[in-house]
Design a protein around this ligand. Structure first.
Ligand SMILES: [Zn+2]
Length: 484
């Protein structure tokens, strides 16, 4: 097997990048060659990326200064965080024309959505749940690879000939319901497609999640999409609207991403919409991390990405156990090398092969890490409650449609929920409050007051994502930071 044609032997950033076609052919070959073929590509690209970063990024040169000259083991590379990369933006990037000021100016202009930065880069801005927004610049190789991954591994399994016919018969329109108003990943991808394929633009429409629900439902009804895509929590809400008869769409496919899709939520949505629900694991740092198969398992595109499940001290977590966070390495993008980057998601490596036969490893993603809640302990001091545990308690009840737990005092949690159609919200909330109190008591927390408000879950103002477990102590006059 030869070296991968896309990344090898082209260490310089602006030599002619591979076409989407070339990248697609390589991705197909990797898949056909099985796990060994995929992993040999990963290893060759990783070696190339580490060498490139050391040579062209002063940030990594300094970070890796103590390591031997020959390619080090990935486990010896110090992990990096978004905050560090943003703080060292100038030293991190490998093209001196890409300055933070220029990128910020570019993403502050809504008219440039979907345009290329410096005529050659795609830029994604993130909402910055940790305070500072992230600015991620992708070069042509990265864009070609992501398009090729979608063309080879995403779209064909979704659109079988039968489904494609139904899609076209129902008008061939796609509705994407996302947080708009910024250069967020999904908005930028939509904008790029619009500029590149203006004829298709009328068939794909983006709807803002910030619209009041009745208005959103009316607009989606008018558009009559055959495919709908959104965050799982938003699609759950729309599924409810469909069950009530307010939303009159008949999609052939529902697509989700950006938040955790639980098996229960997937089943509920599939039943409401009467169509398959398919999921993607994507990030602004690499938009094609994993795609699900027909068995509902996410398969990692390990020929172009490395994802390491790790604990809070960045030590490897074995297969079968959920990690604290995960370290992402993007093997395609050289303008902003991303090597062992703390992506903040809890990931479980699934140790058993998938019935679909894919050579790509299967993972389960718990989504972004929510806050750890520092509750007053029965014995004094505090007890840290893991958000994943809280989510598990909540999701035991399939009648909880969407929810948000906000800690507003040392022993006070505010509960915001929406119940599944046909279920009384007060009763569902009451049952949940009882279960939460029992669970928290079992964890050693002092008696917790669970406030049941009439409030609905509140999305982040800028990114539109729904954080399910939030420690909001500072704005309620409680001093001290929650423990990480
Ligand atoms: Zn599979």
């Amino acid at each position: 097997m030869g070296n991968p044609p896309v990344s090898s032997g082209r260490p310089e950033l602006r030599e002619s990048p591979p076409s989407v076609w070339t990248a697609a052919r390589d991705i197909r070959q990797a898949q056909r060659g099985g796990a060994a073929s995929v992993m040999s590509r990963q290893q060759a690209r990783l070696t190339g990326m580490i060498a490139f970063a050391r040579r062209h990024s002063p940030f990594y040169r300094q970070r890796y200064g103590h390591l031997p000259d020959e390619t080090p083991d990935i486990l010896s590379l110090p992990p990096v965080t978004k905050q560090e990369l943003m703080d060292h933006f100038r030293d991190w990037v490998t093209d001196p024309e890409v300055t933070r000021e220029r990128v910020e100016r570019f993403v502050s202009d809504p008219d440039r959505l979907g345009a290329l930065f410096l005529d050659r880069y795609v830029v994604f801005a993130t909402s910055g749940t940790t305070g500072r927004p992230g600015l991620f610049v992708h070069d042509r190789v990265s864009v070609s690879v992501c398009l090729a991954l979608a063309a080879v591994r995403r779209i064909p399994p979704l659109l079988s000939p039968g489904l494609l016919c139904s899609f076209l018969r129902r008008g061939g329109r796609t509705a994407t319901i996302i947080a708009t108003g910024g250069h967020f990943t999904s908005s930028v991808i939509d904008g790029l497609a619009r500029r590149r394929y203006p004829l298709l633009a009328g068939r794909n429409r983006t709807f803002s999640l910030l619209l009041p629900l009745p208005e959103l439902v009316r607009k989606v009804n008018d558009f009559r999409p055959a495919i709908v895509g959104s965050y799982p929590t938003a699609l759950s809400l729309l599924a409810q609207e469909r069950e009530s008869g307010a939303l009159r769409v008949d999609p052939v496919l529902a697509l989700t991403g950006a938040e955790r899709l639980s098996p229960a939520a997937r089943d509920r949505m599939a039943a409401s919409f009467g169509c398959p629900v398919r999921d993607t694991y994507a990030a602004s740092e690499f938009p094609g991390i994993a795609f699900d198969c027909e068995h509902g398992r996410l398969h990692l595109n390990t020929d172009w990405v490395v994802l390491e499940p790790v604990d809070a001290e960045y030590r490897p977590v074995p297969a079968g156990r959920p990690s604290h966070t995960a370290l992402l390495t993007n093997l395609a993008n050289r303008v902003q090398p991303i090597l062992r980057y703390d992506i903040g998601d809890s990931v479980t490596w699934i140790p058993v092969p998938c019935p679909c036969g894919s050579p790509l490893p299967g993972i389960q993603v718990e989504g972004r890490r929510d806050d750890v809640l520092p509750l007053r302990a029965e014995t004094g001091g505090t007890v840290a409650i893991l958000p994943i545990a809280l989510c598990t308690v909540v999701e035991e009840d399939p009648n909880v449609l969407t929810y948000q737990l906000v800690q507003v005092g040392p022993s006070r949690i505010r509960l915001r929920i929406e119940a599944a159609p046909g279920h009384d919200r007060d009763r569902v909330a009451g049952d949940l409050a009882d279960r939460l109190r029992r669970f928290l008591s079992a964890q050693g927390a002092a008696p917790v007051e669970v406030e049941m408000t009439g409030e609905h879950p509140v999305r982040d103002a800028t990114g539109g994502k729904l954080r399910q477990v939030v420690a909001d102590l500072a704005s309620h006059g409680v001093s001290g930071n929650p423990p990480e």
